[in-house]
Design a protein around this ligand. Sequence first.
Ligand code: R5P
Length: 293
Amino acid sequence: MTELSCIHAFERDLSPASALATALGVPVRTVALHRFPDGESLVRSTTEDARPVLYCRLDHPNERLIEALLAADALGGKPVLVAPYLPYMRQDIAFHPGEAVSQRVVSRLLGGAVSALVTVAPHLHRTATLDPLIAPARAIVIPAADVLAPLLRDEAADRPVLVGPDGESAPALLRLVELTGFEALHLTKTRSGDREVAATLPPGTALEGRRAVLIDDICSTGTTLTEAARLLYAAGAGSVEAIVIHPLFDAAAASRLRAAGIRRIRATDSVAHDAGRIPLAPFLAAALRECLP
Ligand code: R5P
């Protein structure tokens, strides 16, 4: 790996950034952030590295994307951005006339500011890969299945059934089935609003007391997982829990998820969240070793 002297991160990200730095055997260095009274940010950082590495969690994206771009400029030399959660990927077409295609706008901004982007399970619907979106930067994507398979293999005793929330989850589920040997099924989902979701299980699904584990890349309002839990219990599941890659839900959504009978929600530390206890550092470190040859 190219000589890397440290991982750069804002103070708010020091905990996961330090875990990543430790995995790579380097220290973490704080990127200084000043907020002016009018809300603008001033970012300051220095580096000796030819290809500095910036770790940045991008929940609250309207503010943090800008600060990541400012930090990239401060570091110079087009850094490698480690952003475990990549926001704004869902709006990949104009669903209604006149809508901005957020995925395109954000990808272009990042692609122009960094030399490579390391991320986890970006929410790509109609786009197969991130590379053409963020070109000329390079994309290194850690798939959800790679993170979750080791966790699930440790729970093989009662052979849970894995459940995806929609058709788009099918490729990740298939990969998890290959890696764990567990059974999987997915719902068919239609969303008509932020909090309006209709879903169905495959016809004839009978779970007969089994443990169902919902696997989703994002949980935001919790509506999808709540509806999925309702259907799974109606189909006879003995228990329902969830594993989420990017836990974007708030406390009110957490209450609704509990009220729907979701007994346990596990999530990665891709964003700052109480449920985010699955460390991504080993996967991010491996990805960085690959992109800093
Ligand atoms: C949708 O395509 C995603 O996989 C998630 O199911 C969705 O983003 C979850 O959103 P919410 O929690 O608001 O239903």
